[in-house]
Design a protein around this ligand. Structure first.
Ligand SMILES: Cc1cc2nc3c(=O)[nH]c(=O)nc-3n(C[C@H](O)[C@H](O)[C@H](O)COP(=O)(O)OP(=O)(O)OC[C@H]3O[C@@H](n4cnc5c(N)ncnc54)[C@H](O)[C@@H]3O)c2cc1C
Ligand code: FES
Length: 349
C-alpha cells in the first residue's frame, strides 16, 4: 500500500490526513500541524500513545521501552513507532501546552560536518541541512542514519533567531549504544543523516519567562546552551537572573566550560555552578575558569545547596539522563517547594 488515509480524532476535533507508506503516524500528524501528545519522539516515554478505533497499524519497534505504558487489550499503541497498514482511525491525546507557538516540524536532510571530540566520550558536530529550519532555544530533532534502526533525539546547542541550515549538537558516547558507537568510531564528516524536527516544548520564551534556573546533567547541557545563548543575545540577562547548575562526573569529563565562563563574565546576572562528583583537581579548574563555581556532589545535591531566590524564578529547565532529571525534579518539589507547573524538562531516555 502506497498511501493510507488516517483519521486522527482528538478532543479538539477530527483531521483526515494521507500518510505515505512507512511514515510514522506521529511524524505525519505533526508535519501537518496537528497537536499530538509526544515527548521523546523516539519510543521511550510512552506519551504518544493512541487508541486504534479501526484499521491496522504496524510497529517499527515492537520492543520499544515506551510500550510499557501501552495497554494492547485496549488497542493502544505508540504513534512514534507506528505505520499505517490500511486506512486507519485513531483516537489521540493532545500535547501539553507549550509556552509559545512552536514551529511546525518537518522531514530534514543533512550531512554531518565539523565533528570534534570534546572529551574521551563527548563530541560535538554540526548538521548542515539541505533547507533552513526555524527552531526555538531548547528544542531538539530526531536523527536516523542508514543501517541503524530508529531515530535518536538530540537537542540543538546553537540558537539562531532566523531559520538556519546549520544546527550544532553535543553527544555523549553510550557504551553499546548503536548511534553513538557509530558516531565515535570512524570519520563521520560528510555522513548523510535524515532527521525530523524541530520538536520539544522545554523552550525558552523571553517574553514570558523572567528569572530562570537550569539544572543539566552531562549532555543535558545541550539545549540549556541554546537557552543561555538566546537569553544572552536577547538582552534577557540584563533584566533577569539565570542560575545554572551543570553536573558532571570528573574533571577530565568537563566540556563547554570556556563558553560558560565567557557568558558568566559578560553577564553579572548569570551564575554558573559546576557540580563534579569527583573533584580532586578543582583548583586547576577554578584558576582556568574564574567566573564559574566548582562544588563536589551530585547535580541535585549541589542545586539544593546553591540555588537562591527561587521565589523569583518563573521557569526551571531540567535536562539530562532520567536519573539526574528525576532526582533534580524531586529535590525542587520536596525540598524547595518549587511548583512542578513551572518546570520544563527533557529526559534523555
Ligand atoms: C528529548 C531528548 C533529547 C536528547 N538530547 C540529547 C543530546 O543533546 N545529547 C545526547 O548525547 N543525548 C541526547 N539524548 C539521548 C539520545 O537520544 C540517545 O538516546 C543516546 O545518544 C543513545 O543513543 P544510542 O543509539 O547510542 O543508544 P541505543 O541504546 O542504541 O539507542 C538509544 C535510543 O535510540 C532509539 N532506538 C534504539 N533502538 C531502536 C530501534 N531498534 N528502533 C527504533 N528506535 C530505537 C530509542 O529512542 C533508544 O532509547 C536525548 C534524548 C531525548 C529523549
Ligand atoms: S513520543 Fe513516542 S514513546 Fe515518546
Amino acid at each position: 500500500m502506497k498511501l493510507a488515509t488516517v483519521v486522527f480524532e482528538g478532543r479538539q476535533g477530527v483531521a483526515e490526513i494521507t500518510v505515505p507508506a512507512g511514515e510514522r503516524l506521529l511524524y505525519c500528524g505533526l508535519r501537518h500541524g496537528l497537536n499530538l501528545g509526544h515527548e521523546c519522539a523516539s519510543g521511550t516515554c510512552g506519551t504518544c500513545k493512541a487508541m486504534l478505533v479501526s484499521g491496522q497499524v504496524g510497529s517499527l519497534w515492537p520492543e520499544a521501552p515506551g510500550n510499557r505504558y501501552v495497554r494492547p487489550e485496549r488497542d493502544e499503541f505508540l504513534m512514534c513507532q507506528a505505520i499505517a497498514e490500511s486506512d486507519v482511525h485513531v483516537k489521540v491525546r493532545p500535547a501539553v501546552p507549550a509556552p509559545v507557538d512552536l514551529p511546525v516540524p518537518g522531514i530534514l536532510q543533512g550531512v554531518i560536518r565539523k565533528y570534534e571530540n570534546l572529551t574521551s566520550d563527548v563530541a560535538q558536530f554540526e548538521l548542515k541541512l539541505s533547507q533552513p529550519v526555524r527552531f526555538l532555544a531548547g528544542q531538539f530533532i530526531t536523527v536516523n542514519i542508514d543501517g541503524i534502526a530508529g531515530y535518536r533525539a538530540y537537542s540543538m546547542t546553537s540558537y539562531s533567531p532566523r531559520a538556519t541550515d546549520a544546527l550544532s549538537f553535543v553527544v555523549k558516547r553510550i557504551a553499546g549504544g548503536k548511534f553513538t558507537e557509530w558516531l565515535f568510531t570512524g570519520d563521520r564528516d560528510g555522513a548523510a543523516v535524515t532527521g525530523f524536527g524541530p520538536l520539544g516544548r522545554a523552550v525558552f520564551a523571553p517574553d514570558k519567562d523572567g528569572s530562570i534556573i537550569a539544572l543539566a546533567g552531562g549532555s543535558g547541557i545541550a539545549g540549556i546552551m541554546a537557552i543561555l545563548r538566546h537569553a544572552s543575545d536577547s538582552g534577557h540577562l540584563e533584566q533577569y537572573e539565570a542560575q545554572l547548575v551543570f553536573g558532571l562526573n570528573r574533571p577530565q569529563d568537563v566540556f563547554f566550560l570556556g563558553t560558560l565562563n565567557e557568558l558568566a563574565a559578560k553577564h553579572s546576572n548569570l551564575r554558573v555552578v559546576i557540580a563534579l562528583v569527583d573533584i580532586n583537581e578543582s583548583d586547576a579548574l577554578q584558576q582556568q575558569f574564574p567566573e564559574l563555581e566548582f562544588e563536589q556532589g551530585y547535580l541535585h545535591e549541589i542545586s539544593r545547596m546553591k540555588l537562591q531566590n527561587l521565589d523569583e524564578v518563573t521557569t526551571a529547565f531540567l535536562a539530562g539522563p532520567p536519573v539526574a532529571v528525576d532526582a533534580a525534579r524531586e529535590m525542587l518539589i520536596k525540598d524547595k517547594g518549587f511548583s512542578a507547573r513551572k518546570m520544563r524538562f527533557d529526559r534523555f531516555g
